[in-house]
Design a protein around this ligand. Sequence first.
Ligand SMILES: C[S@@+](CC[C@H](N)C(=O)[O-])C[C@H]1O[C@@H](n2cnc3c(N)ncnc32)[C@H](O)[C@@H]1O
Length: 209
Amino acid sequence: MNAYQNTIVENKLKALHKDSEKDHLRIGRGIVKSIFRPLQPIDFKNAYLPITKSQGQFLKKLIIENDCKSIIEFGTSFGISTIYLADAARQTGGKVISTELIEDKAHTAFQNVRDAGLIDYVEIKIGDAMKTLQSHNEAIDFLFLDGWKDLYLPLFQMLEPQFREGTLIYSDNMDMQGTKQFADYLLNRKSSYKTQIVDGGKAFLSTTL
Ligand SMILES: C[S@@+](CC[C@H](N)C(=O)[O-])C[C@H]1O[C@@H](n2cnc3c(N)ncnc32)[C@H](O)[C@@H]1O
């Protein structure tokens, strides 16, 4: 049964990663449309913008090794990362709450997670994470940040009261300009967080002290 479930997850991830390779075409169309105004999330409504397979495997390993049960994801997109997180939650007896701003993306992610046989481990909240997670009042074991970068810091600060000692925070795209303020916040709080740069400088892994 376990081997069968593993195969379903692997096959679904393989297909989704393959489809995501066409993102450059989808993003190109979005950029053309937005030529007269700044880029907005809707310009990426057809793009996965996913984590890599090795990042996904790293997230899964972290969750299992640290027995994380309460997992929060900011930025579901079409659910590639959600499947890695949910596959880990299946093994720890945990649950993923993921959030996606664009309704169509959230519905497709739901179907993808269901196809992977993991829907029992996932709740997808539709809307702005600053609102959908506002009333989250349970301890967080693992936080994965992968939505729009200007919200990393306010979202993190909003959820900080729910961190416990040992909460893990994996923040993707920390090499982007938009995350600089958040990076400074984390790096200046050495007495609250131990932060390492991982995935070749692309991401931060922080632990609440
Ligand atoms: C980089 S993609 C996420 C990729 C996904 N984590 C994966 O690896 O498969 C970022 C996603 O965050 C969503 N997003 C942006 N701002 C958001 C917000 N305020 N609340 C919820 N989702 C948001 C975007 O619509 C987009 O689908």
